[in-house]
Design a protein around this ligand. Structure first.
Ligand code: ATP
Ligand code: MG
Length: 169
C-alpha cells in the first residue's frame, strides 16, 4: 500500500496537539515548506509503507516524547523529503536518556529507570515495536539524546528509487 505521509502526520499532529496541551507542552508540526512548489498539491510525498504500521511507529515515538517531557517543554514532529528518502523526526526537550542506556532502548522490555518510570506505566515495548516496523520497511530508526536536555528520534524511509513521489488519483 501507499501512504500519504503529509496526511498521516497531520492526523497524528491533531491528536498529539491536544495531548501535549493537556500536559502543558508546546507541540510543533514542521512540514516541508517547499512541498507545494516542488511536488504540487497532487504530488505530496508518499511512502510504500503500510499506513497503520507507520502510524503505530510514529505514535510510539510521540507517546514517549509526551510521556518523558515535563510540563513547559516542547515536542516537535518534522518531515523532510530527500531525493530518495523521507526523514520523520520526533524531538523533545524532556528528561533525555543517559548515554549508557542508549544502546539498549530498542530492546524489548528495556526501561531506563524502572523505579522512576513505574509511575508513567508502560512495558518497554514501544521502541522495540517501532524499530521492527521501520526495519520491515527497509528503513532505519536512530536516536540522539542528552540526559536532562532532550531526545531526538529519526525515522528514515526509502522512497521508491525511480519516482520520489506518487501521483494520486
Ligand atoms: P511502552 O512504550 O511499552 O508503553 P516505554 O515507553 O517504557 O513503555 P519504550 O517506548 O520502548 O518503552 O521506551 C524504552 C525506554 O526508553 C523508556 O522506558 C524510557 O526510559 C526511554 N525513552 C524512550 N523515549 C524517550 C524519550 N523521548 N525521552 C526520554 N526517555 C525515553
Ligand atoms: Mg513508550
Amino acid at each position: 500500500t501507499k501512504t500519504d505521509v503529509v496526511e498521516l502526520l497531520n492526523s497524528l499532529a491533531n491528536q498529539y496537539q491536544v495531548l501535549a496541551a493537556e500536559k502543558g507542552l508546546d507541540f510543533q508540526l514542521n512540514l516541508p515548506t517547499t512541498s507545494q512548489k516542488t511536488y504540487g498539491d497532487r504530488n505530496m510525498p508518499t511512502s510504500y509503507a503500510d499506513r497503520d504500521l507507520l502510524q503505530q511507529a510514529i505514535h510510539n515515538l510521540l507517546d514517549n516524547a509526551v510521556k518523558y517531557t515535563p510540563s513547559g517543554g516542547m515536542v516537535a514532529l518534522t518531515l523532510e523529503v530527500k531525493p530518495r528518502r523521507i526523514l520523520i523526526t520526533v524531538q523533545d526537550t524532556g528528561i533525555g536518556i543517559p548515554a549508557s542506556d542508549l544502546p539498549h532502548i530498542f530492546d524489548r522490555f528495556y526501561r531506563v529507570d524502572k523505579a522512576r518510570t513505574r509511575q508513567t506505566g508502560g512495558f518497554g515495548l514501544g521502541l522495540a515495536i517501532a524499530q521492527q516496523i521501520i526495519e520491515a520497511h527497509n528503513g532505519k530508526i536512530t536516536v540522539e539524546s542528552k540526559a536532562g536536555k532532550g531526545t531526538k528520534f529519526q525515522i528514515c524511509l526509502p522512497l521508491r528509487s525511480r519516482s520520489i513521489v506518487e501521483t494520486r488519483g
